[in-house]
Design a protein around this ligand. Structure first.
Ligand SMILES: Nc1ncnc2c1ncn2[C@@H]1O[C@H](COP(=O)(O)OP(=O)(O)O)[C@@H](O)[C@H]1O
Ligand SMILES: Cc1cn([C@H]2C[C@H](O)[C@@H](COP(=O)(O)OP(=O)(O)O)O2)c(=O)[nH]c1=O
Length: 204
């Protein structure tokens, strides 16, 4: 039987990375084989593209196309084979991030993104997407506590991140049952409980 595809989304600092390992553990405890991966990245070529995307200034359309180029490679080399084997795939970001960041944040025409999406993954969509939602100010406070250098996206101003957040919420509202909005402005334990309930509901 084909595996399931779960993605995590949210603005930078929303706290999604903190929960990915827990979800993989939960799925493995139910006897499933899990592939945990991320975008942009997830393949040797994709990780090289990630370095460029996160640190090299570029035209907005170049950025969108490189996101989808990395995704094409990721689907062909990792995601599709895993799902076909019956493994479950847990991915830190996927195409919803391109709609939110390049579409909402940077203002790229949605039709161009639809064309790229159609080319790269046709009708394949995640079975479940967890959207970690919280105000930008709260996410920013979390990020500044980390001492690492901020990437090109994290360096963007508040209005950029507010547009990303709105684009995510609009996408969730239009997604039917696929996307679940999680209030991420709560203590970690409460979020973990919500995440586990939602993920368990698709394991049955
Ligand atoms: N619920 C939470 N409350 C407070 N801080 C959190 C919470 N979840 C995560 N953090 C902290 O916020 C920062 C960003 O979390 P992370 O999981 O890396 O976010 P993301 O992957 O969404 O960018 C980390 O330092 C993490 O320890
Ligand atoms: C997948 C994807 C990510 N991004 C951005 C969002 C993030 O700022 C950045 C890297 O994502 P992420 O791995 O979540 O970064 P971090 O672990 O530092 O939180 O790439 C896009 O702009 N478009 C996309 O399609």
């Amino acid at each position: 039987m084909r595996g399931k595809f779960i993605t995590f989304e949210g603005i930078d600092g929303a706290g999604k990375s903190s929960h990915i390992a827990g979800v993989c553990e939960l799925l493995r405890s139910r006897g499933l084989t899990v592939v945990s991966t991320r975008e942009p990245g997830g393949t040797p070529l994709g990780e090289k593209l990630r370095e460029l995307l996160l640190h090299e200034p570029m035209h907005l359309e170049t950025e969108a196309m490189l996101m989808f180029a990395a995704r094409r490679e990721h689907l062909a080399a990792v995601i599709e084979p895993a799902l076909a084997r019956g493994d479950w795939v847990v991915c830190d970001r996927f195409s919803d991030a391109t709609y939110a960041y390049q579409g909402g944040g940077r203002g790229l025409d949605r039709h161009k993104l639809l064309d790229l999406e159609h080319w790269v993954h046709g009708h394949l969509q995640p079975d479940l997407t967890l959207l970690f939602d919280l105000p930008f100010a709260v996410a920013r406070e979390r990020i500044v506590l980390q001492t690492r250098e901020l990437d090109r996206f994290e360096q963007e101003r508040a209005d950029f991140h507010e547009r990303v957040r709105q684009a995510y919420l609009e996408r969730a509202a239009a997604s039917g049952q696929r996307m679940h909005v999680i209030d991420a402005d709560r203590p970690r334990e409460q979020i973990k409980k919500t995440v586990e309930e939602i993920v368990s509901s698709i394991c049955r």
